[in-house]
Write a protein that binds this ligand. Structure first.
Ligand SMILES: NC(=O)c1ccc[n+]([C@@H]2O[C@H](COP(=O)([O-])OP(=O)(O)OC[C@H]3O[C@@H](n4cnc5c(N)ncnc54)[C@H](O)[C@@H]3O)[C@@H](O)[C@H]2O)c1
Length: 272
């Protein structure tokens, strides 16, 4: 969908690994809506991902940054402001990694070094990013900061492991920093709680295929795709939503407010 909602705006998009990544679609949609962006990811993702392909297509500068390192984040912000010609108007944090899940550790046998790392990469990185932006005065008044999250922060999804707590922390950081950014800079901070989506991070969760189909049937509109998430992000980065802040915004086809769906009752009956 092409429009001019982001004409003249400058943004930074984290987390485009390959063309399945939600961030990949967001980057494409932001540029189509008139924004100028820089792209970033962990240095290791530059080696095995396809971010350079996207950068070429969108004529965007890439700046590697490990989101757990303050010096990398500060360098990213400084280089982005130089490349884009001024302060930033919007940022997407699209980063997730569970070390216990990746190492096949059961939730009831969690390794705490892994858990610390998961929180650092998946949640504290959002605080680090916002604190770096705050200290460098890197975002314009009226700007918009966004992170992607999942409903496991509110409800129990047993195979999501410690990512549930990571997302709860991430959403809380959005509210807490949202206060400070709101009163002093009129900047919005929100999280978008997205449907299950076929990506490298998403499909790493055990039983993802079955769960994806379950959520699709449970949601009156079906699962929200990465493309539609990108549209939602564009609207949240635009001036049309400048009074929305400190919110966790469900983008899930209605899943979060469902109790029971006849579509799933039919399946259960068939199996009875
Ligand atoms: N896919 C889903 O089902 C789903 C649903 C809801 C929310 N989300 C969230 O969406 C976001 C994007 O995930 P995705 O599904 O597009 O998967 P993805 O695997 O394409 O993206 C995850 C990104 O995190 C990056 N990353 C990991 N460690 C990093 C670090 N130390 N520094 C910087 N970047 C790092 C990876 O390189 C990768 O690009 C995540 O926050 C994820 O939890 C995904």
């Amino acid at each position: 969908m092409s429009n001019n909602l982001l004409a003249g705006k400058k943004g930074i998009i984290f987390g485009a690994l390959d063309d399945q990544s939600i961030a990949w679609k967001v980057a494409e949609h932001c540029v189509a809506a008139g924004a100028k962006i820089t792209l970033t990811n962990a240095p290791v993702a530059f080696r095995f991902g396809k971010i350079n392909e996207l950068a070429e297509k969108l004529n965007a500068k890439t700046i590697p940054a490990d989101a757990t390192k303050m010096e990398d984040l500060e360098n990213l912000l400084t280089e982005s402001m130089e490349a884009l010609g001024g302060k930033i108007d919007f940022v997407l944090h699209s980063i997730g990694m569970s070390f216990n899940v990746r190492k096949n550790k059961a939730y009831t046998d969690s390794n705490y070094d892994y858990m610390h790392k998961t929180f650092d990469v998946s949640a504290m990185s959002f605080h680090r990013l916002m604190q770096s932006m705050w200290k460098l005065d890197a975002i314009n008044e009226g700007g918009s900061i966004m992170a992607l999250t999942y409903i496991a922060a509110q409800r129990t999804f047993p195979d999501y492991g410690e990512m549930a707590e990571s997302k709860a922390l991430l959403e809380s950081y959005a509210r807490s920093f949202g206060y400070h950014f709101g009163v002093s800079k009129k900047v919005r901070v929100n999280t978008i709680s997205q449907s299950p989506t076929w990506t490298t991070a998403g499909s790493g969760v055990k039983g993802f295929k079955e769960f994806f189909n379950y959520a699709d049937k449970m949601s009156p509109l079906g699962n929200a795709s990465a493309e539609s998430c990108a549209d939602y992000c564009v609207s949240m980065f635009s001036d049309l939503t400048r009074m929305v802040t400190m919110q966790n915004l469900y983008h899930d086809g209605g899943f979060s407010n469902m109790g029971m769906s006849p579509a799933l009752i039919d399946v259960a009956e068939d199996q009875a």
